[in-house]
Design a protein around this ligand. Structure first.
Ligand code: C5P
Length: 251
C-alpha cells in the first residue's frame, strides 16, 4: 500500500483526459515535477492500456489507473491480478460491486503482488459517481437514503473489506474522517481552485476545501491542463494546498 502523501505536490493527481499518447507524453514531461501522480482514465485505457503505464514509468512519473471495475467477484479479481502483473500499483473498483467483490479483489491483488515480488497495491473504492444526484439515486436505484449516508455506508464496506480508501467529495470526507478515522485514504475529485472555470462539473470543491475536510489526494484536470501557463497553474494549486495544510494544523 502506498504511504500517505508527505508534501503538497504528492497530493495532486493530474487527470490525463486525452486519448492520444503523444499528448499524454507532452503533459507528463511538462508537469511531472509539479504533481504527484497522473490519472490514466478509461479513454486512455481502452486505446493504449499498459502502453500508457509503461510510458509514465519511463518518464519517471507515478500512475493512478482509474479502472472503475464493477462486475462479479471472480471476473474483477482476475482483472486486478492482471493489473498487478503489469506493474499497476494504484487503481480502483466500484464498492457497489459488493463486499464479496471488494474483499476478493483485495485478497487476490495482495497475493499476486507477493508472488511477483511487488509491494501490495493501493486499491480505492468508488462510492457514488458525482453524475448521480439525489433524484437519480432515489428514482432509478430506489435508494431512500440521502447521498451522504449512502456514501458513508459504502465507505464502511470499503474499510471492512480491506480497501485502502475511497473517492468522495469534501463534505463526505469530513464525515468519513469522523466515522471511519484517519487510517484510510480519501481522494476528492472535481477540484476547482477559485481562479478556475467550473466547466461541466456541478459539485466542486477547492483544494483548500478538500484539505480542510481531511482529503489525502485530489484529482484535478482542466484547471491545470487548459491553463495558458500550466506550470504556473500547478504551482498555484501547490501553494493553496500548503496554505490549507498550515491552516488545518492551526485549528
Ligand atoms: O478536468 P477536470 O478537473 O474536471 O477532471 C476531473 C477528472 O476527475 C476527470 O478525469 C473525471 O472523470 C474525474 N472524476 C470526476 N468526478 C468524480 C470522479 C472522477 O470529475 N466524481
Amino acid at each position: 500500500m502506498i504511504k500517505k502523501p508527505e508534501n503538497a505536490k504528492d497530493r495532486i493527481i493530474l487527470a490525463l483526459d486525452v486519448d492520444d499518447l503523444c499528448e499524454a507524453e507532452k503533459l507528463v514531461k511538462e508537469l511531472r515535477d509539479y504533481v504527484g501522480y497522473f490519472k490514466i482514465g478509461l479513454p486512455l485505457i481502452v486505446n493504449y492500456g499498459f502502453e500508457a503505464v509503461r510510458l509514465l514509468h519511463e518518464l519517471g512519473a507515478k500512475c493512478y489507473y482509474d479502472t472503475k471495475f464493477h462486475d462479479i467477484p471472480n471476473t474483477v479479481q482476475k482483472a486486478c491480478i492482471g493489473l498487478v502483473k503489469n506493474n499497476v500499483d494504484f487503481f480502483n473498483v466500484h464498492i457497489q460491486g459488493g463486499s464479496k467483490m471488494t474483499s476478493a479483489v483485495v485478497k487476490a491483488s495482495r497475493a499476486a503482488a507477493k508472488s511477483y515480488g511487488f509491494e501490495a497495491p493501493t486499491i480505492l473504492g468508488v462510492t457514488l459517481l458525482s453524475s448521480f444526484g439525489q433524484k437519480t439515486l432515489t428514482t432509478e436505484l430506489c435508494v431512500d437514503k440521502n447521498i451522504e449516508d449512502f456514501v458513508i455506508q459504502l465507505a464502511k464496506v470499503a474499510k471492512e473489506t480491506g480497501l485502502d480508501g475511497v473517492i468522495a467529495s469534501a463534505e463526505e470526507t469530513r464525515r468519513i474522517r469522523k466515522e471511519i478515522g484517519d487510517d484510510f485514504i480519501v481522494l476528492c475529485p472535481a477540484i476547482r481552485p477559485t481562479w478556475s472555470s467550473v466547466n461541466d462539473q456541478v459539485r466542486v470543491d477547492t483544494p483548500r476545501d478538500a484539505i480542510l475536510a481531511g482529503a489525502d489526494f485530489m484529482v484535478i484536470g482542466r484547471p491545470i491542463t487548459t491553463a495558458e501557463d500550466r506550470v504556473a497553474a500547478a504551482k498555484l494549486v501547490i501553494d493553496e494546498i500548503e496554505e490549507a495544510l498550515k491552516e488545518k494544523a492551526s485549528l
